[in-house]
Design a protein around this ligand. Structure first.
Ligand SMILES: NC(=O)c1ccc[n+]([C@@H]2O[C@H](COP(=O)([O-])OP(=O)(O)OC[C@H]3O[C@@H](n4cnc5c(N)ncnc54)[C@H](OP(=O)(O)O)[C@@H]3O)[C@@H](O)[C@H]2O)c1
Length: 400
């Protein structure tokens, strides 16, 4: 009898493992022929020469980094993209880049004509945008069919040298991160939902981070990324429960390390680049939405990391005498953040005290970091002229 019971339990466990492995592999390796096409207008062109009417995606924080990577791929899928950022010059550069990119990689559409990519720009500082600013931004899109919102903008928008302990922050630092990462995306989503709902189908992609579990030296960043996750999952459920909004899909992206404009120092060598990661998001969202998932880790390596961190190897190591596996994982996690902090501080020439910690009493604290924990550039507090620094990611960086 006992043997039979064990056999049944074993069979069920094997089936469960096989199901999870199948889902994991199909998510990463089976790609739709036309990603996100269900969010496009369904009206067909009347003949070979007529272009489809453009469907648009609004991508916040898309002058660089992952947001720009998503814009690149959406253009190839025939979407128009609305680039959002806070620096007109950078947005104009990003638009030029996309036009060239789109022309060298024509849209994958079933029409003979390949019109130039459709690109609009909206300038608004996510840290300082008022209700009126946001309302104007949303109103300015009323003539466009926007069916996709990507709430991508985010970073550790505190004063340099960044990676400060909470005790060394000002209340302004605290507000700055909340404003940029949490307030802006919640308000924008609230204001744009009525127009998204007018589409036959619409999609909201929100950005959290693996750091949502709570990172030292990035406490406000982590906390707002946990907010982004809760906001996204809660909103996703709410939209499905209301007949008037159940056609709006909502998914949360949880990136681990991605090399980008904002994350360029102390990044592990196996981290994907911003453009590859953007492409992976566009190509894998359909699968996740179809399965009713609320969150995705679109990069294979990130999926494996998450599996390990969430207990995927526990069964292999639990019996090793003297091994505190949780302590090993905790140390690895903290060391990763410490390496990033030290690499950034070294790059910024930050003053470090005898305990190896940032001495909050000194240093150049009049500037505010602008990146994803690594502060890609130095931006003056008044949001005015920028003094860019080369952050080593191979993208534009002039002094002005
Ligand atoms: N990269 C990673 O490893 C990683 C990991 C986990 C989560 N994430 C999340 O993924 C998202 C994208 O990250 P990323 O690394 O691609 O960022 P990034 O390279 O720093 O790019 C951020 C984009 O947002 C814009 N931006 C910055 N501050 C802004 C403001 N106040 N108002 C308007 N636009 C602003 C930037 O424009 P400018 O160039 O003009 O500043 C840039 O276009 C973020 O939400 C981040 O938290 C990233």
């Amino acid at each position: 009898m006992m043997m039979q019971l064990f056999a049944v339990i074993g069979a069920l466990a094997t089936l469960n493992f096989a199901k999870n492995a199948y889902q994991f592999l199909t998510f990463h390796f089976v790609k739709p022929a036309k990603p996100l096409s269900s969010y496009k207008r369904t009206s067909q062109p009347r003949d070979d020469t007529e272009d489809e009417k453009t469907t648009w995606a609004l991508i916040t924080g898309s002058s660089a980094g992952i947001g720009l990577g998503i814009a690149q791929e959406l253009i190839l899928q025939g979407f128009g993209v609305i680039l959002h950022g806070h620096l007109p010059v950078e947005l104009a550069e990003a638009k030029d880049h996309l036009l060239k990119y789109g022309q060298s990689h024509p849209p994958r559409k079933q029409v003979k004509s390949t019109p130039p990519p459709q690109i609009e720009i909206r300038v608004l500082d996510a840290r300082t945008a008022t209700d009126d600013d946001l309302t104007s931004l949303v109103n300015s899109l009323s003539h466009l069919d926007v069916s996709i919102l990507v709430n991508n903008v985010g970073g550790n928008a505190i004063r340099e040298p960044n990676f400060l302990e909470v005790k060394d922050m000002t209340t302004r630092d605290i507000d700055s991160v909340i404003d940029q990462n949490a307030r802006f995306m919640s308000r924008l989503t609230c204001l744009i939902l009525p127009s998204l709902a007018k589409n036959p189908k619409a999609l909201i992609i929100n950005f959290s981070s693996a750091g949502k579990v709570g990172c030292p030296w990035l406490v406000m960043y982590s906390a707002t990324k946990a907010f982004n996750h809760g906001f996204s999952v809660g909103l996703g459920r709410e939209l499905k429960l209301n007949p008037q909004t159940k056609h709006i899909d909502c998914i949360c992206v949880i990136p681990h390390e991605v090399k980008s404009q904002g994350n360029s120092k102390g990044v592990p060598g196996n981290a994907p680049n911003w453009d590859d990661f953007g492409r992976e998001i566009v190509q894998k969202v359909d699968n996740a939405v179809r399965r009713g998932e609320w969150e995705i880790r679109p990069h294979l390596g990130h999926g494996i990391e998450a599996g390990i961190l969430n207990g995927g190897l526990d069964w292999l190591v639990w019996w090793i005498p003297g091994l505190d596996w949780n302590a090993v994982l905790e140390k690895g996690f903290v060391d990763t953040i410490r390496r990033k902090r030290d690499a950034w501080w070294e790059f910024k020439g930050a003053r470090v005290n005898e305990n190896g910690l940032w001495d909050g009493g000194n240093g150049n604290l009049e500037t505010v970091g602008n990146g994803n924990g690594n502060g890609a550039k130095v931006v003056t507090e008044d949001g005015g002229a920028t003094r860019k620094v080369n952050n080593g990611d191979g993208r534009k960086h002039s002094e002005d």
